[in-house]
Design a protein around this ligand. Structure first.
Ligand SMILES: [Zn+2]
Length: 469
């Protein structure tokens, strides 16, 4: 099995530390809002990768964190007039909800930063003792990147260029502009924890080093995440682990490409997000997963509604085929493998063993769907069962698609949604025409009519949009 390793910038054979065990840590979201498709890509990719590893015989131990203390969470809490923990607890619960909608299995561990503050403080103290970190007069603690000769090796960044481009706040009393914060001293009104350097809270990067070490050991097999985390987050994780244990935290680094919206990364701060919940409602769980796995995980993906809709239609066609089969056989049994089944399965696994090439694996799956239809047309029940078994129980199980029991329902729902969408857009157009003709009373009547049907209109610079609530 081969995977792409960001550190060595090459495709390498996966050689695990313990035979047949893969320990994997994937950086999770900062919980201050609902998760969007950009957050969902690493979640779906590494969920599917984990399922595949399990299928081929590995035991997988997986951890994915929640960053539950951060400037963004504090700002959101202040804006809403609630405390930071309410914001974090709320969006952790909502994240579990949305992950379940997407068929993402929970990891073995979902550590939260604030549950590990004591361990974080101990780790920082050790780095100060070993001279890898220093305390400033105002009580901040920084990591000293000059103490490592090879800082920058993961991202391949040139340190001098970074240094000259770095903007340092006058309040940040750093020795080197590239030094990064391990502990932030208390600011008025912010949540704080005790430390030997005074009250404050952990910086961002240290949490992942401490939690991964605590849960998976000094060195584990794979560290994953979005490629936007390579610098500085993962670069700094390597620096911290080397300062703490003398070793990098992981053997391999796997990074997924970004979801791009009109040239920009999809992110909350750019306000160009598409929420997971909305996507699943509109395109179905399998439509969204199929979309996210339709490109190789390392490639950037341009986000448009159209490919999502195509994936949704493709998923509906597979469901229709599976439904056709289960209508005839309520309790399909287990077929005996023959040469044809072995051949398809080998091709599927070979594709995924080659740096988790899901587009090639999916083309094998769609081939088998065609063969299932053909077998049913021919009245060849035995062959149909074999194809069904491969799609639903082998390939579907490995990628987390077509494994649910709601085939017919899902298909009907998506057809109904399309009809409803056409209808609502028609009403919006009528309302806009009334407004142009200054017939505001009629326009408001239409808005109220939609409101009574729990459809809210939102006027934006790009036109009127709607939300179901
Ligand atoms: Zn992280």
């Amino acid at each position: 099995m081969y995977i792409s390793d960001t550190l060595t910038k090459s495709k390498v054979p996966l050689e695990t530390i313990q035979p047949n065990v893969v320990k994997m840590y994937v950086c999770g979201p900062t919980v201050y809002n609902y998760i969007h498709i950009g957050n969902a890509r690493p979640m779906v990719v590494f969920d599917a990768f984990r399922r595949f590893l399990e299928f081929v015989g590995y035991k997988v131990v997986m951890a994915q964190n929640f960053t539950d203390i951060d400037d963004k969470i504090i700002n959101q809490a202040n804006e809403w007039g609630v405390d930071w923990k309410t914001v974090a607890d709320t969006f952790i619960a909502e994240c579990y909800h949305d992950a379940e909608m997407l068929g993402i299995r929970t990891a073995n561990f979902h550590p939260r930063t604030t549950d590990f503050v004591e361990d974080i403080v101990n780790a920082i103290a050790k780095m100060i003792d070993n001279d890898f970190a220093y305390v400033t007069p105002n009580g901040d603690v920084y990591f000293s990147v000059r103490k490592l000769t090879d800082y920058g090796k993961l991202s391949g960044k040139k340190l001098d260029e970074l240094r000259s481009g770095a903007r340092v706040d006058v309040n940040e009393l750093k020795i080197d502009p590239l030094d990064f914060v391990l502990w932030k001293s208390a600011k008025p009104g912010e949540p704080v924890w005790n430390s030997p350097w005074g009250k404050g809270r952990p910086g961002w990067h240290i949490e992942c080093s401490v939690m991964s070490q605590k849960l998976l050991g000094d060195m584990f097999d794979i560290h994953g995440g979005g490629e936007d985390l390579i610098f500085p987050h993962h670069e700094d994780e390597i620096a911290q682990s080397e300062a703490l244990t003398g070793k990098p935290p992981a053997r391999y680094w796997m990074h997924n490409g970004m979801i791009i919206v009109r040239g920009d990364k999809m992110s909350k701060s750019l306000r160009n997000t598409f929420m997971v919940r909305e996507a699943v409602r509109k395109f179905g769980k399998d439509g969204v997963r199929l979309f996210l796995l339709s490109k190789h995980y390392r490639s950037p993906m341009e986000f448009f509604d159209a490919p999502l809709e195509d994936s949704s239609k493709a998923a509906a066609r597979v469901h229709a085929t599976l439904y056709r089969f289960t209508e005839k056989y309520n309790y399909p049994l287990v077929p005996k493998y023959d040469e044809e089944m072995n051949d398809y399965q080998t091709r599927f696994i070979e594709a995924l063993s080659d740096d988790f090439n899901t587009p090639v694996a999916l083309s094998v799956l769609f081939n088998v769907v065609r063969e299932l239809n053909k077998a049913m047309d021919d009245g060849n029940d035995e062959r149909a069962l074999k194809m069904y078994h491969l799609i639903k129980r082998v390939f579907g199980n490995m990628l987390g698609i077509f494994d649910g029991e709601t085939e017919k329902v899902q298909r009907v729902e998506s057809e109904e949604m399309q009809t409803l969408d056409t209808l609502i857009r028609g009403i919006i157009e009528m309302r806009n025409n009334f407004r142009k003709e200054k017939q505001y009373e009629m326009a408001d009547k239409l808005r109220n009519l939609l409101g009574e049907s729990k459809i809210r209109l939102v006027d934006t610079p790009e036109g009127t949009k709607y939300e179901l609530y």
